[in-house]
Structure formats: C-alpha cells, structure tokens
Write a protein that binds this ligand. Structure first.
Ligand code: GAL
Ligand code: MG
Length: 973
C-alpha cells in the first residue's frame, strides 16, 4: 500500500474526486509577469500509476504529448468506442503514467507573497507533488489547474516540482471525443506570485448600450481582509472612478465581510464603439486593487467588448441583429505536436477562417487555450464555448450516474468562470454526445444562475424535441439534420428556438456537397440561422514511413501544400499499429493537416460573400451588402468580363455606399462586345486596407453573373477517314488510350461510408468488360457500338467518330439499364502521351469543383499545370474535377498538344492517376503519378454530398439510368 496520500486516493478510478487542493477558477489573467516553466522536464513513463518511479530519467518537452515524443506509447484514434473494454468508472490496469519532474528556482523577492503553480492542461489525471509533498489533484484535460504553493516552497530556494499524469481514468469515459488519444502536459506551466491581498475574480459585463459593470471578488491569503482596501478601474486610459466622462464608480456598493470582499464598478461609456464579429471593437480595461494607502496590491487586464446577446422568439440576436452563424467546429490540433497548439498556430487558424468567410467557432469539444478566446475577441468570431464532457460510448449510463454529477458541474462551471469575460463567447455548450440526464440539468442550472447573459446549447437535450422549452438547450442545435427537416420545422409553426446546427456538412475527403443549397435555404427561411461545419482539421499526424513513428516537434518543413515530404505521410487511425481504431474518419476537415485549405473552403468563402451581385438588369448590375453591421468601405472591386472567344476585359469597380441589407444598381464600366459568344461578368472583391487578418488586396469573394448563354458546338464534317483499330477504338498520335466509357470514380469517403461504393462494386462498375458489337462506316463517320458488361447489367454504348476541321468529333450515347440507378459518372476517359503538362480551360475554376460544390469557382479562362489540378486528399479518392468546363487545351511547353471542346458545360478532370490507381491506394504517398494525363469528360457526374456522416447529395445531383448523350471534339493544336 502506498504511503502517498494522492496515490492512496486512487483518483483515476474515483469519478467523485474531481480535484483536491485545486484553487477555484477565475478570470484574472496571470499570464503576464509569471515565470514560465515550459521546456524540457525530466521524464519517465511508468506502466501504471502504482508502479514505482525508477532512477532513470529521459526528457520530455512541456507543453507536449509524450505520445509524440519518442515513447512506445503511441497515438491511438477512436471515434465512439473507448480504447479499452472496462466499464465506467474503471480504467485498464495497463495505464501509461508520465512522471514529469524539474527543479524550479523560486525568486527571492517573492518572500511574503502568495505563490501559485498553474498547469495549463494535463490529460487525463494530474497529481502534483513539490519536494515530495502532496500538493493536489486535478482532472479535466482541457482546463488549467492552479495550486497554492505559498506554504510549500521557500522564496530564494530551489524546489522540485513533480507532475504525475495518468492517461486512463474514470475521466477518460467523459473525454471520449472523436479524436486521437494522447497523454501529457499539453498546455504551458506557470509559476506566479501575488500579494496576499489579491483579486480572486473579476467579472465584466459590457452592454451594447455602453453600460459597463465590473464585479470584483477580493481575498487575503493571510485570512481576514485588511481595512480600507478598494478597487479602481481604468478604461482606455480613463479612470472610471474619477473621470467625469464616465459615471462615478458606485463605491457605496462595496460589500466587505471578514474574508471576502466584493466591489462593483459601474460606468456608462458615451458613444461606445460596440463589438460584433465584423467590427470587433475592444476597449482595454485595467482593474486595480488598492490598499488603504492607495498603493496597488493587484492588477488585472481585460479587453472589453460592448455587445448584447439574446434570444427573442426563434431568433438569436447579437446587438439586436439576427446574425447568420457561419461556423466551423475546431479541435486543438497540430500534425507535429498533437494537442499542443501555440499562439501563432491558433492565430493562423483564425486568420485563415476569417479569410474564408467564417464568423463563428464551436470549440468542439472542450475549452480551448485561453489565448484562442483572446484571438476570437480581437479578430471577430462568435464562439460557442463547449465544456469538456463527451461520454459517447457510455452516454446513457453516465448522464444520470450520480458518481459523475460533480464532474459535470465542475467542468461546466469552471469553463464559465474562466471564460465569462470574452465578448466573443455568445453561447455556452454543456458538452457533446453524452445523452441527456440529470447531470446536464444540474450543470445548466448552475450556468443560468451564474451567467444569465448568455444562452445555453446542448445537442443531446435539443434532439429530444427541437421546440420543448423545458429541455436544457435554448437553441435547437441538431447535428447533420436533413435540410428538408430544418426547413419543415421552421415552417411548421412549432418552432420556439433558433435553429443553428452544431454540426453539418461533414468535410471528410472530397466533400461538402450541397453547401450552397443549404445556405440558399438558410438565408431565405426565417428561423434558420446557420450552423457549424464539421470540421476545421484533417487530423493527420506527420509520420515517418520507415519506422512508423510520429515525427514530432522537429518536423517543420517536412510538408508543403497539403502533402507530406517523401518518406512521410499523414497518419490516420490504424497507422500506429492500433488494433482498435476508426481509420480515416479522423481526416474530416476543410483544411489539410498543414492548414492548407481544401477546395471546399473556396465554396464557403463565396457562400459567405459580404458583397453580392443580386442580378443583372438592362440599367446595370444590382449589388447587395450581405453583412449585418458594416458598410463596404473596407472592400474594393475589379470588374472582369470573360468572353468565350478568349478575351477578358477588366475595369476598376466603384462600390456603392451600401448599409447592411441594402442594394443598389451600378452601371457597367464597359460596353459588352456584341460578338465573343458566352459572356460572364465577375466582380473580384478584395480588401481595401490592411486588416488584422488580411493584408490589403486579399481576395474576399468573386461574385459572378452570366450575361450571355453558351454557343452550340461548331464542328462541320470534312471528308477524311477516321482511323479506328480492330476494337473500334480511335487511333490518335497523342493518345495512349483511346476514349472509352467510364462509369466509375475512385470512391470518395462519402461514397464509401454512405454505401454507394458498395453498390457500385456489387454492380461491377469498377470492372466493366468492353466488348465491341459493331464497327461501321456511317456516312462520313465511323459508328462503333460496344457493350460494357458489369455483374448487374450491360451498358450499350455508341460512339460516332467524324472527321472535322483539325480533328475528330465524337458523339456518344450510353444507355444505362435500370439496375444501374445512381452511378458515379457517365462519360469518356482517355489517356495522353507524356509532355502535355499545362491545362488551360474555359469553365469554372480555378478550384476543384463538382456539380453540387461549384459556387466558389467562377466561370472564366483558367490555366494550371496538370500536377496542380489534383487535390491530395489523405485517403486517395476522386479528386481534381472541374465543373462547367466548355473547352480546354492540354499543351507542351512548345504549345503543341490537344484541344477539346464540349457540347455543353461538363465535368472534366485531368490528373496523373487512373480511377483504379486512386481506388487501390490508402495514403497519398502510395500514388505513383503516370507520365501522361488521364482525362475524364463526363456527361453526368454524381454530386459529392456529405454521406460519410450526414445527408447524401440531393436527387437532382444523382444520375438516373436510361440514355445519356454527349458530344465533343478533339483537335491537335
Ligand atoms: C459527430 C461528433 C463529432 C464527430 C462527427 C463525425 O457526431 O459530434 O465529434 O465525431 O460526428 O466526424
Ligand atoms: Mg463522439
């Protein structure tokens, strides 16, 4: 039996023990002036918390996870299921336990002061000893724990701090979020000192009206409070209690007991600059605690945003406006450090989100590093702050288990106490996927009393009934609800709460189909207010292929543009040898593991456009301001007119002075030439000034309107034979594989998890066998009829090849049997000789686009190297498509090559990979690019949808059986 009282408590198997010796949470910022204890610590990994600590130490970096720092305990990914079989609250006997130790020189001038140790976060159970003495215990892997060391250390002397971190515990059962399992001290460790008379907490409430209320709680570590203390506040350099510009501080309201002081500062700021996510105005507030003689005992700095949040009827209002929530779910993630993210990383995340039109973040599924909320305040985001509770695998049992009651209330209340002063936080979330029980109601009750200024959301409660006011959620916040259900609810007359999906549009692989359809419905249906895309990150960990180890902190530079360097790959579930895992489901974000945006980000950017072209009328273009609070003065525009004949005209745009919601017609800056064919007018909108999240000139959106329809395919036959081989296949000097019929695409994650790929394989679409039926001279052309046989049916395909000026025209017809209902594509595929490395096209671009994800890719003249067309999804799949292509050329540097024109805008892809190459690979690094190009021209291409988790694409983006016809010309340049 251990003599150590912390170990004797066995806190890893006691859900009732949420902490011991841990200080209350508060919102006083102690980061400035603290000593950082970050860096290398002595480290050893024990097989379990009861194992004796040995004499051999290695080193581990703090903050960091040991699972990515060279130990044999490697990352493991599971979604719902727990990685061990034990029922809550038990954990396995084999329980990696990290012991971190370092010496700390306690500054001599801290004599007489109160000394506090802060551990930013440790997962999952933290035990603290100093010089061998037990100091405390804490749980909650995503909140800081503070311990009072005043009586434990001696200023001017050296102390040894030991942090024992137990990986598996009763708490693991309520930290069963869909992410990698790690172990470690994941956020910074600080040591700081305060006067014994100190600010115990500061609560700031700043309203849209300019009213400011600052509530301070004051304590004296020595015991009773001294006589005569008082607090003062200073806002942007103006003393709140003295300056006449502000109302006098309400000093009479101060209440003092022997041991707890409470003081309130009230002020009204005239002409206040209010805060919202578009224009996040902040005021610096300094709160000082004074001794009777006026000297300052303690100081706390805050940034204050004046704003209101309320729900009226079924609308969530910020400053009285029904704002759209263009949100994303964000995990703390980094491909080199796992769960540890630096300030620079967080800032880069948020800057990128701003640039792509996001205005909201759900901190899925736990409180983030405090700096994230500072950044959200500063850059402008609406935040749903979520408590660290997810009991997914044993949700039903735990929601009402009284042994976990403390943990629920502790986690939710500590989050609120820590984060309550951030204007960015507009909603508290009780956690994720934990069913719904009394433990949730207890936590919600605490929040309602403590912070009546913000609504609460909890999907587990809302899902029982989106409208029931008795349930703990003030917001109807479903996940992956079919759009038609959302619209039906909004139209039902039953709706009582704002409907904002906590998760929708699952971004796994090549995904986010129908996002534009969702937003068209949201923006036109009162009661629908937006949602949070799942999710920001593809959580691929950078891994060395040769030894299977995570690269870790030293790996900067070993990736570029979404791709890991040779010899490396982005690891997903199973890649570290885990037997229990959930594979590539961890790679489901709108950015690659190195934060390179996926094409879906451009779709989102356009859907969120602050400035839009409403329509084109004979008097000009009608522009609309789609923001909630701002004018257009931060934007500048350039008109671009793209004509099918290859011309592009540009002219600077005069943006009208529009208030939010207003529209105005502006004249066109140029005459639209009468000739030139199909014509598109684009407004390239960029930032007019340097912003905290974008330098001047950053593209914001590219709204577009069509001015003239496409022309029909011109190709008059000439009297020249077309050469075909004995199989009826076109013989062409620049093609290494003649055009044949293709019905197969490398299944996307949506195709696989949504069950479509299973059907396609069962029908034999991946292995169709071509048999030529007839080859006939047909007028000037050759008519080739072939059958493509699958296991479930035969497709009859007819190709008529006709010589035309400069090349050949190909008219095709495929008749799909009823059995082939809803295939991936119907089209032609061919392959070219090497050397044709540049694609130039007239159509949608430059980004990858698909029939149900094309809003972000304007029609125009685009050009990209073939190698840049492919999107390196972690698990290879259909990739690199371009929607709405009218014609393209594939050329060599000497301008020789191929030119293709199609009968109507079609889905085209040009890559180095056959669909079967992509299908066979499990990681991007396994792909071997072909020297030539694999070209698909599709008469029809199935939408992407989001069926890996949520709704499939809509019926209008699916491919019916029956006859499909398409025509195209192939010419030599
Ligand atoms: C949700 C869950 C997320 C994630 C997502 C699927 O059900 O809340 O954490 O698992 O599905 O990627
Ligand atoms: Mg889950």
């Amino acid at each position: 039996m251990t003599s150590d009282p912390l170990l004797a408590l066995r806190p890893w198997e006691s859900p009732e023990v949420t902490s011991w010796g841990r200080l209350p949470m508060n919102a006083v910022d102690r980061r400035s002036g603290a000593d950082s204890l970050d860096g290398d610590w002595r480290f050893q990994l024990l097989p379990g918390p009861d194992a004796p600590v040995g004499g051999v130490w290695s080193a581990a970096y703090v903050p960091g996870v040991w699972t990515m720092q060279g130990t044999d305990d490697l990352p493991q990914y599971t979604n719902v299921r727990m990685p061990f079989p034990d029922f809550p609250p038990a954990s396995p006997a084999a329980n990696p336990t990290g012991v971190y130790e370092r010496d700390v020189d306690v500054p001599g001038d801290w004599a007489g002061r109160r000394i506090v140790l802060q551990i930013g976060a440790a997962e999952s159970v933290l035990l603290v000893h100093v010089d061998g003495r037990p100091v405390g215990i804490s749980k909650d892997s995503h909140l800081a724990a503070e311990f009072d060391l005043t009586d434990v250390v001696r200023p001017g002397e050296r102390a040894t701090v030991r942090l024992t971190v137990v990986k598996w515990s009763d708490a693991s059962h309520i930290e069963d979020q869909d992410q990698w399992w790690h172990g470690g001290v994941t956020r910074s460790v600080l040591l700081y000192a305060t006067d014994s008379l100190h600010l115990a907490d500061v609560t700031v409430r700043a309203a849209f009206s300019g009213e400011l209320r600052v509530d301070c709680r004051v304590r004296n570590a020595g015991g009773a409070l001294p006589e005569g203390w008082y607090v003062s506040g200073e806002l942007e350099g103006q003393l709140l209690s003295q300056d006449r510009e502000f109302d006098r501080a309400n000093a009479e309201d101060d209440r003092v007991s022997d041991f707890l002081g409470e003081a309130r500062i009230l002020a009204t700021v005239p002409d206040v600059r209010t805060w919202n996510a578009e224009a996040p105005e902040l005021y610096g507030l300094t709160v000082r605690l004074h001794r009777a003689d006026g000297t300052v005992a303690d100081t706390s700095h805050h940034r204050v945003g004046f704003r209101d949040v309320e729900i009226i009827g079924r609308d969530l209002l910020v400053n009285g406006e029904r704002v759209f929530i263009r949100g994303v779910n964000r995990h703390d993630f980094h491909p080199l450090t796992g769960r540890t993210v630096s300030y620079e990383d967080m800032r880069a995340d948020l800057v990128l989100l701003k640039r792509f039109g996001f205005n909201a973040i759900r901190t899925s599924h736990y409180p983030n590093d405090p700096a994230l909320y500072d950044l959200a305040d500063e850059l402008g985001f609406y935040v749903v702050d979520e408590a660290d509770i997810e009991s997914h695998d044993h949700a039903h049992e735990i929601a009402d288990d009284p042994r976990y009651l403390n943990a629920f209330v502790d986690r939710v209340s500590r989050m609120v106490l820590r984060d309550k002063n951030h204007p960015s936080i507009i909603v508290w979330s009780l956690g994720n996927e934990s069913d719904y029980g009394a433990n949730h109601d207890a936590a919600a009750g605490w929040v309602r009393r403590h912070d009546p200024t913000r609504p609460i959301q909890y999907e587990g409660a809302a899902k029982l009934d989106w409208a029931d006011p008795e349930l703990a959620s003030d917001i109807a916040c479903p996940m992956y609800a079919p759009l038609e259900d959302c619209v039906a609810h909004a139209l039902s007359g039953r709706q009582t709460k704002p409907l904002i999906q906590c998760e929708y549009s699952h971004a796994m692989g090549n995904s986010n189909g129908t996002l534009a359809d969702h937003w068209a419905a949201i923006e036109s249906t009162p009661g629908l207010q937006g949602g949070f895309i799942w999710e920001f990150w593809d959580h691929g960990i950078l891994q060395r292929v040769n030894d299977g180890r995570p690269v870790g902190r030293g790996g900067a530079g070993l990736y570029d543009n979404g791709v890991a360097a040779p010899g490396h790959r982005w690891a997903y579930g199973g890649d570290f040898g885990e037997t229990i895992h959930d594979g590539a489901f961890i790679a489901d974000g709108v950015v690659f593991p190195d934060r390179t945006p996926k094409p879906a980000m451009f779709e989102h950017r356009e859907i969120a456009a602050p400035l839009r072209i409403e329509c084109f009328r004979h008097e000009g273009v009608v522009l609309g301001n789609h923001q909630h609070f701002r004018g257009l003065d931060w934007l500048t525009g350039l008109w671009e007119l793209s004509l099918a004949d290859g011309r592009t005209l540009t002219a600077p745009a005069e943006l009208p002075d529009l208030r939010p919601g207003e529209t105005a017609a502006v004249p066109l800056p140029f005459e639209v030439p009468r000739d030139g064919g199909e014509a598109w007018l684009t407004l390239r909108v960029t930032t007019a000034e340097d912003l905290p999240w974008a330098p001047r000139g950053t593209e914001v959106c590219v709204p577009q309107v069509r001015l003239r329809e496409p022309a029909v395919l011109q190709a008059a036959p000439v009297d020249r034979p077309v050469e075909v081989d004995g199989e009826g296949l076109l013989v062409h000097p620049l093609l290494t594989a003649a055009p044949t019929l293709s019905l197969w695409r490398a299944p996307t994650d949506n195709d696989e998890l949504g069950g479509m790929a299973l059907r396609w394989r069962a029908w034999g679409l991946d292995e169709l066998v071509r048999k030529v039926v007839s080859v006939r001279q047909d007028g000037v052309g050759v008519s080739v009829v072939a059958e493509y046989a699958g296991t479930a049916g035969v497709v009859r395909h007819r190709q008529v090849l006709t010589a035309v000026e400069g090349g050949v025209r190909i008219d095709e017809e495929a008749e799909l049997p009823e059995a082939f209902d809803d295939v991936a594509r119907v089209g032609s595929v061919f392959e070219t000789v090497p050397g044709l490395d540049l694609l130039e096209w007239f159509g949608q671009g430059p980004w990858e686009s698909y029939p149900d994800r094309g809003a972000g890719a304007p029609v125009g003249h685009h050009s990209l190297p073939v190698d840049a067309l492919f999107t390196p999804y972690l698990r290879p799949q259909e990739s690199g498509g371009r929607h709405g292509v009218r014609r393209f050329t594939l050329s060599a540097p000497d301008a020789t090559g191929l030119a293709v024109a199609v009968d109507e805008p079609r889905q085209v892809s040009v890559t180095r990979h056959r669909a079967e190459d992509l299908t066979a690979a499990s990681h991007h690094d396994e792909l071997v690019p072909r020297a030539g190009c694999v070209v698909h021209i599709d008469a029809a291409h199935r939408g992407l949808g989001t069926a890996s988790c949520g709704p499939d694409t809509f019926p209008e983006y699916r491919i019916p059986p029956g006859v499909h016809r398409w025509s195209w010309t192939l010419r030599v340049l």
